[in-house]
Ligand binder design. Structure first.
Ligand code: F2R
Ligand code: MG
Ligand code: MG
Ligand code: MG
Length: 344
């Protein structure tokens, strides 16, 4: 039976939370085989019979995602002033959630200008180049859900949500990519899901978007998302077993959008089938364990990848006891339900 739409909304929102909470302890690390064995044991324990333990903490990823969901529920739109205010309030209340190194400067300036200029502070980042971090992408999955019936609204809403903190085209387009990927997952039946079909919908969308953000007369240098998605396809179609180095050399795993959003999409797609070394029949568990085991920006990459698997399969694949170990899971269930009721 196809998961229903509410289950897909919950799967994506809760998948994002679980990825963030379980990935957080490993952020910035390279995992050895020993670390991976510890990770597996720890996930098995969290999935197994419930035991009382301190909650696994969420980070900036979920704090900012919650602001986006609340904004969509309240305004049925991205109200940039309200969203900027919510980001700043969240950060002021809990500054130690692991925010990006530079984004806190945006919050400081927004507070100083009393929210009279919402996009100016982001445009001043990095000597006027803007941030190409993955912070706009890590919080954007709910927009992919919200627009399930109106995909033509997606780019506009994502751009409004991104530009509060990220003005670099890679930071913004990375957010569009993550939201568009979620949006496709919501439409798909997991039983007839093929990575080829998924990528052949996603790649032309990114091609069109990246053409629009090109500066006329200047040939863009450096990587773009269209190229990275083609790398994803090449890796998935490879007839040989894939080594971790091959994956990381091609796609990366750092805090920039270009070297993390395509990685999350690759992990999601690869985890739809068996992965060597990961002994689980459950695609959600495979997504989570594989994302963290690749190291680097583990909270963010696991959050984005699990939010895709959740949007495809619904919440029934998320182990109940694992979810119970994540901070604020009850609040996120409520938010997913309300987002479903308010979506367009
Ligand atoms: N920041 C982290 N993790 C590192 C430390 C956390 C640790 N637990 C601790 O607190 O000790 N994680 C979070 O940040 C990422 C999202 O970042 P966001 O919101 O995009 O922030 P920012 O500051 O704009 O960008 C992040 C870094 O990217 C580099 N960068 C971005 N644009 C650049 C540019 N134009 N030129 C040069 N460098 C650029 C900078 O190093 C930024 O600091 C997520 O991982 C989230 O979990
Ligand atoms: Mg984080
Ligand atoms: Mg950010
Ligand atoms: Mg992170």
């Amino acid at each position: 039976q196809q998961p229903n739409l509410l289950s897909k909304f919950r799967g994506s929102v809760l998948g994002g939370l679980v990825g963030d909470c379980c990935g957080e302890p490993y952020e910035g690390q390279v995992l050895t085989d020993g670390d991976k064995a510890i990770l597996r044991r720890s996930l098995n324990q969290l999935e197994g019979p419930y035991f009382k333990a301190p909650a696994k903490k969420y980070t900036d990823d979920s704090a900012m995602t919650r602001s986006v969901i609340r904004c969509l529920i309240e305004h049925k739109d991205i109200n940039t002033k309200e969203l900027a205010t919510s980001f700043v309030k969240e950060h002021a209340a809990e500054p130690n959630r692991g925010y990006g190194g530079a984004v806190v400067e945006v919050f400081r300036k927004l507070l100083k200008n009393k929210f009279t200029d919402i996009v100016g502070p982001a445009q001043e980042q990095f000597l006027g180049r803007g941030s190409y971090g993955n912070g706009a992408a890590m919080r954007v999955s709910p927009i992919g859900l919200f627009c399930y019936n109106k995909p033509e609204k997606l780019v506009e809403l994502v751009k409004k949500s991104a530009e509060i903190t990220h003005s670099h085209s890679l930071g913004i387009n990375g957010a569009v990519l993550q939201a568009a990927a979620v949006n496709i997952c919501v439409q798909k039946d997991p039983k007839t899901f093929f990575h080829d079909e998924f990528l052949s919908e996603l790649i032309p969308k990114m091609q069109e978007l990246e053409k629009e953000s090109e500066v006329p007369g200047i040939k863009a240098s450096g990587p773009n998302f269209t190229q990275q998605l083609k790398e994803v396809k090449t890796l998935l179609d490879s007839p040989n077993p894939l080594s971790e180095d091959e994956v990381l050399n091609a796609l990366g795993h750092d805090v920039t959008a270009i070297y993390s959003v395509p990685t999350a999409i690759f992990i999601f797609l690869r985890a739809q089938g068996p992965i060597e070394g990961i002994q689980s029949e459950n695609p959600f568990r495979r997504t989570l364990e594989y994302a963290i085991s690749l190291g680097g920006d583990t909270d963010t990459i696991a959050s984005m990848a699990c939010s895709l698997t959740g949007a495809l399969h619904g919440d029934s694949l998320i182990p109940e006891n694992l979810l119970k170990h994540c901070e604020a899971h009850g609040e996120f269930i409520e938010l997913a339900n309300k987002l479903y009721e308010s979506s367009i």
